[in-house]
Design a protein around this ligand. Structure first.
Ligand SMILES: C[S@@+](CC[C@H](N)C(=O)[O-])C[C@H]1O[C@@H](n2cnc3c(N)ncnc32)[C@H](O)[C@@H]1O
Length: 233
């Protein structure tokens, strides 16, 4: 695994086996902020009237460097929003590698503490980062993940697997059907790709799908929403 700098100065990792980077080469932090934080979390918050002030439940496929979790922990803390974050990855990265990434130098000061806490959080255990943010990192294969415990659990799914042409198994229609079961009504799924097969898979699963402008140098991304009326599964 090799560390590379992207256009906004933030690091990504290069997976030589797949010949693929973990983030957009045009900006790792910019991509994560735009696709997952802005078009995912902020969109969910602005659409949903959360009268009960319930925690927002987030599921990330492909935890990787933890950059998305870090941005979400910062957001939760700064905005006093409760977030319960679940991330899965088949290949957790070593702490030594994580410590070489430059995210905390480029993000607000609170990031340093959060990144350390996220890296220290044990896999397959629950960790309370602070009053606003808690995390479960699962070391598992998406295809082995026990969905049955999480039916209608999540408000937001961050689909951050490697690209469909590199890892097509992660983007099969069955995966999107499982997402549908995992989602609460009105939940959102966001992903950086706008590939036609992905859009069709999400539609077939029952989501409504929007093609949105993409992050820098990428034309489009997708946001899928589970309809309110289909509360029965
Ligand atoms: C594009 S990278 C994720 C980037 C990550 N969100 C970040 O910000 O660093 C894709 C991730 O999916 C993980 N992955 C690959 N196959 C998987 C599988 N079958 N189940 C779960 N995770 C998988 C990889 O190990 C990798 O960390």
């Amino acid at each position: 695994m090799q560390i590379q700098a992207t256009k906004d100065g933030s690091h990504t990792l290069f997976n030589a086996t797949l010949n693929e980077t973990y983030h957009s080469k045009f900006g790792a932090i910019e991509e994560s902020k735009y696709v997952f934080l802005e078009q995912g979390l902020r969109a969910f918050i602005s659409k949903k009237v959360n009268t009960q002030q319930e925690p927002i439940t987030v599921f990330e496929i492909g935890y990787g460097t933890g950059l998305n979790a870090l941005l979400f922990a910062n957001f939760a803390t700064e905005n006093k929003v409760q977030i319960q974050y679940t991330g899965i990855d088949i290949l957790p990265l070593s702490k030594a590698l994580m410590e070489q990434l430059n995210y905390v130098q480029l993000l607000p000061a609170i990031s340093k503490k959060h990144f350390e806490q996220l890296n220290e959080a044990a896999w397959d255990e629950h960790t309370q980062i602070n009053d606003c943010f808690e995390i479960n990192k699962f070391h598992t294969d998406l295809h082995q993940f026990d969905y049955t415990q999480y039916i209608q659990t999540f408000d937001l799914i961050l689909m951050d697997a490697f690209a469909p042409d590199k890892q097509p198994d992660m983007w099969q229609n069955k995966v999107f059907k499982d997402f549908y079961l995992l989602c609460k009504p009105e939940a959102i799924v966001v992903t950086y790709t706008s590939k036609g097969t992905v859009k069709r898979g999400l539609l077939e699963a029952g989501f409504t799908v929007e093609k949105l402008p993409g992050p820098p140098m990428k034309r489009h991304m997708l946001r899928a929403t589970k309809p309110l009326q289909n509360e029965t599964i």
